[in-house]
Structure formats: C-alpha cells, structure tokens
Design a protein around this ligand. Sequence first.
Ligand SMILES: Nc1ncnc2c1ncn2[C@@H]1O[C@H](COP(=O)(O)OP(=O)(O)O)[C@@H](O)[C@H]1O
Ligand SMILES: [Mg+2]
Length: 259
Amino acid sequence: MHVWAIANQKGGVGKTTTTLALGRLLAARGQRVLLLDLDPHASLTRAFGVPGEPQPEGVVDLFSAPPATLAALLRPSPVDGLDFVCAQTALATLERRSATQPGLGLALAQALERHRGVHDHVLLDCPPTLGLLMVNALAAADRLVVPTQCEPLALHGLAGMCRTAAMVERSRQRPLPVAVLPTLYDRRTRAGRETLARLREDYADRAWDEAVPVDTQLANADVLARQVFSGEPPGRAMGAYARALDWLLGADRPMERAA
Ligand SMILES: Nc1ncnc2c1ncn2[C@@H]1O[C@H](COP(=O)(O)OP(=O)(O)O)[C@@H](O)[C@H]1O
Ligand SMILES: [Mg+2]
C-alpha cells in the first residue's frame, strides 16, 4: 500500500484537484484507491456529492475513543475501485482537543496500518495549515506530493513544506521523499515561466519537469467532477496529470527496490 500526502501550506494551489485527478487515473489503471479528505473545508467530500449537513461520518471518527476503522468509514464512489472518506466541519475543532489528548498525531498512521491489503494507493488531501491533521498525514505518508502554483510567492510555501518534511524524516527515522508538482501554469505570463524555471533549477532532483496547465474548464469544479466521474473527455489538465502520475510511479520504483 502506497500512501501519498498531497499537501501545501498554501490554499488554492490544486491539492484537491490533484488528489481527485490522480485518484481517478490510478483507479482507471486498475488500482484500488482510497482518498481521504483531511480538510475541514471538505472540497473533496463535496466533489463526491456529499453535503455538509447532516454531518457525514468521516475522518474525525478516526480520532474518537475507540477509533472507527477506515473500513467502516469509507464510501464507494461512482468510479470502480475508487473509495473515499469524508471530511467533517468538526475537523476544525480537532486541533484544540489535541492539546489535552496526547498521542493523536499517529491516529491516521495507526488506522492505515490496520487497513493494509485493502487498497493499493491511499491519497491524503491535506488542509492548508500545519496542524494536527497535516502532522497525521505526514507521519502516515510514504511520499509527500506538493502541488505548487507557478507563481513567485509559491516558492516560499514550497521551501516551508520541504523543511517540514525534513523534520518529519528526522523524528520518525524513515524517509519522506518530496515530489514537487508544478500546477496552474500559464505559459503566457512571464511570472509563470520564470517560476517554473526556478522550480526546475532549485528542485531539479524532485520536481516534475512539466507542469499542469491552467485549464479554464477546470476552474469550474463541476467540469472536473464530470471528467472524474462521468467519463467526460479529459481536458488539458487531466492529460498532464496522467503524465505526472507516470513520473510519480516511476519515482516510487527505486524506493520499492530499496525497501
Ligand atoms: N489546472 C487547473 N486549471 C484551472 N483551474 C484549476 C486547476 N487546478 C485547480 N483549479 C481550480 O483552482 C481552485 C483551487 O483548486 P483546489 O484543487 O481546490 O486547491 P486546494 O485544494 O489547494 O485549495 C479550484 O477552483 C479549482 O477548480
Ligand atoms: Mg483543497
């Protein structure tokens, strides 16, 4: 089972879009895929058509005593082989509880440990804050995928994520390789071209050497949902995600051999 955390401390960079696109593409390749929505904003949950009220069962129940199992929480999607677990708004209050309840940082890792053998790939759609949920995701992940918007300010956020990954590696004494996925690339703008060039230069060993383009169709979340769930022909961005997935899977292979 491969666990990828899709994370960036910045919002609006394409984390949820990336999670959905990679999940859909993996399932189309015959993999059993589980997507977890760790963001209290619950965009991924909404993309699957689950409303916020009444609060669905979901990720917050992994933190109760005794914790729910992933098997009990997951829901099938309209796509064969693609399951998901909902986020709830109650996730936002979890951070406060963590101060009085030590040990919550490994709840997700423990739930996934008990879930081995059911899914081939687990993708964690992270919130844009470095709190308890992100810490849980990074502790559980084999790989950190950082969607990075092709604009100059994004480089700070990326550097921050790489520092966080290095800290996690030191504390758990297991590698957490970072894969940088340039997103929302507009080749007509100078800022876009320059940021992509910088990414390639500064992160040569861990950045995908292409970028997911801005796809005006995708700015409409309904279109993405149709491409993901209803077999609507993939647009430019989805085509790019298919190549990004090839790159990510290729990058995992040396790790598997070493394991
Ligand atoms: N490649 C793309 N082209 C155009 N719009 C995109 C693309 N990727 C994401 N978006 C849009 O940008 C917004 C933010 O994307 P989202 O995946 O929700 O980011 P995050 O999860 O990081 O907050 C959404 O409205 C989404 O539809
Ligand atoms: Mg999101």
